[in-house]
Design a protein around this ligand. Structure first.
Ligand code: PEP
Ligand code: MG
Length: 566
């Protein structure tokens, strides 16, 4: 059987599927103290409301794939609101002092026993629905978002509806052969992490979870975006050859990894490293890169119960700065929101999270969190060459306000008698409103880096996470090339450094165009460095300029793709 989606991180893999679904909770029999009943009842009602919202979200998503699937979740919502259950749970808590989790478990258990005894397969199926709702309520009761992925025992291909960035950030890269998802797009943070780990990934595989089974054998080709289930021997043979060819190509590219990045006519293109953490494994590429072109600090805040304090952040930032010696480290301040959530902080639900209180906006509305990060970064700057970079900037006021925060963090450090160094301040250009006034922005900052992932999302009005609108999310859209060109020129004319650190920088087809548009600094995950350096070595700047001039003349992304493929 063949499934098709969109390859979001390159590679080929053959192996067994691990279905990533929710965890099952069985609470212990327990009772509440006198006077605590109401709080347990309130908590049940809150958890029930959350479950209802989750189901509604899934129901609406399913509606796009057909009414039958959406009906399953509508039925789950009815169970959640079942009159008998919703009389029984409060009664047990209030009158018999059952703890809320125990009441949920037991009341559902009573219904389940009756349904299972009926001996009718149709009714038994209904029991599975009740069981499912109970598991959802208990998961939410214990504050678990989803099952975690750290503890895999053997290498597997993981199949899921979607991953949280914190899931993918915490996976053991040696145990994951591939990532398959129903949801997500090319520049979702899952895809970015997969690419940086060198793990093939395919997204937009509709109906994946209904089709694959745990332990099923699969052959994955992320270049084609295909998954073959239970492949026959002939297919396995073919995949062996494909894997070998891909390995050889990578080996060839590998010879460029540690070389200086020069075009065919000897012009240097600086290569930056994108990092999400401070593990040695991730930092080792500092030896053959010119800077840390994007340090996504928010990953230090995710997948943990508490926020990192100033000391912990200081130690982490210092470690990165020391590894990079005196090479610049572009430390991006917290970019929470959108698809990146915090486990340790309940963020209000937003209708359009990517257009909401994300990144710098989140920092402005949580000044203590922002100030703590700035203080830690300023203190760490003593140990290297720190370039402080603000994400999601949409106006000149944003820049000024972020700089005021930085000044006030420095003043606090002074009062506390703590040492701190000099830093450069810059911005990510990832919202069209700031890209279009890049000349004005250049006058306010020391540098900028173009975030092509978000720039594309906001420019094309296509959610980078939503596979339904993947075809509208066009990194090769003529508007993207024009805007990148104008932004790069504005900064170059102002004599300020400009780089690009979105996924376009790791695309060997796109890098000659970027160089031709005037960019001399590109930043990417470790896994893409060798192939990008090879691509640059194969062209002269003159050739890049010719390619860019040609690209700027096309009226559609598909034409650009076709031309660059050739
Ligand atoms: C970008 O938007 O291009 C970028 C580099 O930031 P992120 O992908 O983390 O949003
Ligand atoms: Mg971004």
């Amino acid at each position: 059987m063949l499934l098709t989606g969109k390859g979001t991180a390159p590679g080929i893999a053959v192996g067994r599927i691990f279905l990533y679904k929710k965890k099952y909770f069985i609470p212990e029999e327990s009772f509440v103290d006198e006077g605590e009943e109401q709080s347990h009842l309130d908590r049940y009602l809150a958890v029930k409301k959350q479950a209802m919202e989750e189901l509604e979200e899934i129901r609406l998503a399913m509606l796009k794939h057909g009414p039958e699937k959406a009906e399953i979740f509508a039925a789950h919502q009815e169970i959640l609101d079942d009159i008998v259950i919703n009389e029984e749970i409060p009664a047990r808590i209030l009158n018999e002092h059952w703890a809320g989790d125990w009441a949920i478990y037991q009341v559902y258990e009573t219904v389940l026993v009756v349904l299972k005894k009926a001996g009718d397969p149709l009714i038994a199926e209904r029991a599975a629905d009740f069981d499912d709702i109970r598991a959802r309520l208990l998961r939410l009761w214990y504050g678990e978002k989803k099952e975690k992925l750290h503890a895999l025992s053997e290498p597997v291909i993981i199949a899921a509806h979607d991953f949280l960035p914190s899931d993918t950030a915490s996976i053991d890269r040696d145990k994951v052969l591939g990532l398959l998802t129903e949801h997500g797009g090319e520049t979702s943070h899952t895809a970015i992490i997969a690419k940086s780990y060198g793990i093939p990934a395919i997204s937009g595989l509709q109906g994946l979870l209904d089709t694959v089974k745990n332990g099923q054998f699969a052959a994955v080709d992320a270049h084609e975006g295909t998954v073959i289930l239970d492949p026959e021997d002939a297919v396995l043979e073919e995949y062996k050859i494909k894997i070998e060819a891909y390995r050889r190509d990578r080996q060839d590219a590998e010879t460029f990894r540690k070389k200086e990045c020069l075009t065919a006519d000897g012009i240097k293109i600086e290569i930056g490293l994108n990092i999400t953490g401070v593990e040695e494994e991730e930092l080792r590429a500092c030896e053959y890169t010119d800077c840390a072109g994007l340090f996504r600090t928010e990953f230090l805040f995710m997948d943990r119960d508490t926020l990192p304090d100033e000391e912990e952040q200081f130690a982490a930032y210092r470690k990165v700065l020391e590894h990079f010696n005196q090479k610049p480290v572009l430390l991006r301040t917290l970019d929470i929101g959108g698809d990146k959530k915090l486990d340790n902080m309940e963020l209000p639900r937003e209708e359009n999270p990517f257009l909401g209180n994300r990144a710098l906006r989140f920092c402005f509305s949580n000044p203590d969190i922002f100030k703590t990060q700035l203080k830690a970064a300023l203190r760490a700057s003593v140990y290297g060459n720190l370039w402080l970079m603000f994400p999601m900037v949409s106006s000149i006021e944003d820049i000024r306000r972020a700089k005021e925060f930085t000044t006030s963090a420095a003043e606090e450090l002074k009062k506390e008698g703590k040492k701190f160094g000099e830093v450069k301040t810059g911005i990510m250009i990832e919202i069209p409103s700031i890209a279009l006034v890049a000349d004005l922005a250049a006058a306010e900052v020391d540098f900028a880096s173009i975030g092509s992932n978000d720039l594309c999302q906001y420019l094309c009005a296509a959610d980078r996470m939503n596979s339904e609108v993947e075809s509208y999310y066009q990194s090769y859209h003529p508007a993207m090339w024009r805007l990148i060109k104008e932004t790069a020129s504005a900064f170059t004319n102002a004599g300020k450094p400009i780089s690009l650190c979105g996924e376009l920088a790791s695309d060997p087809l796109a890098v000659p165009v970027l160089a031709g548009l005037g960019l001399r600094k590109l930043s990417m995950g470790e896994a893409s460095i060798a192939a990008v350096k090879r691509a640059i070595a194969s062209v002269s700047v003159k050739k890049c300029e010719e390619i860019a001039a040609k690209v700027l003349k096309f009226s559609a992304a598909a034409q650009v793709q076709e031309y660059l493929n050739k």
